[in-house]
Design a protein around this ligand. Sequence first.
Ligand code: ADP
Length: 258
Amino acid sequence: MIRLKNVWFRYPRSMDWCIKDITAKIGTGITAITGPNGSGKTTLLRLIAGFYKPQKGYIEVFGKKISSYTDNLGTVIYVPSNPRVFTVGPTVKKDIEKIITSFKSRYNVNEILDLFNLRELANRKIFQLSEGEHRLLALASAIASDAKVILMDEPTVGLDKTFREVLLTVLRKMGEKKIILIATNDLRLASRADDILLIINGKLVTSGKPQEIYYTEEFIRKVGISEIVEFCTYVGLSRIVSPQELAEHLRSLVTKNV
Ligand code: ADP
């Protein structure tokens, strides 16, 4: 369990608070931190990782107060939004192996390569990887650590549909036993999380299951996807729905008209 208690943070030399009085509990499963750009998602991940220390309030990871990243060693892994600063190479396979060794992980490298469909790239030098491949490697290495807490900053940027599905499948498999916290503006990912924290301007505005809060009109308006809201309103829905639900709704309209 990760616990944030009245956490306030501002960057050195900044007059403005960037994180404002956030209190939250984050358990096992996939939790998505969403919110507009500049709202504090990355900062919150880095606070949990222990890279920064709150000026007020505190953060606990499994009951231990975090005042530096060293408090999290072996427990928490943080994958930044730029995967190239995370991977060490020289090849895909070696990169994964290094993490497995340093975290004394129970996984073996082939298991991870298979899980992420990376077998064919195993001996590729990391500087030869495409952006999406590189990101997938960073995420695979993070999972390979078997850390109990995995923090991912914008993990789906540059991932195509296939890679995104690979990631989601793995996260679903792992999520039951781990705390997976993802900062993302990607609705396709966030809508499939177990829980959502919505942060706007450094404040925790709302939290809950995606189906409880995420597809409400108010929520979508806050994160600014007004076209989807308008479309759903137009076809008589009071909330944003999944593609399957939408298909069902449209079918029911057709049936009624027949
Ligand atoms: P998000 O991840 O939601 O886009 P960030 O956590 O990156 O938001 O940033 C939150 C706020 O903190 C922004 O206003 C940003 O400009 C500011 N900020 C981020 N990093 C720094 C820094 N190193 N120094 C000063 N301000 C920063």
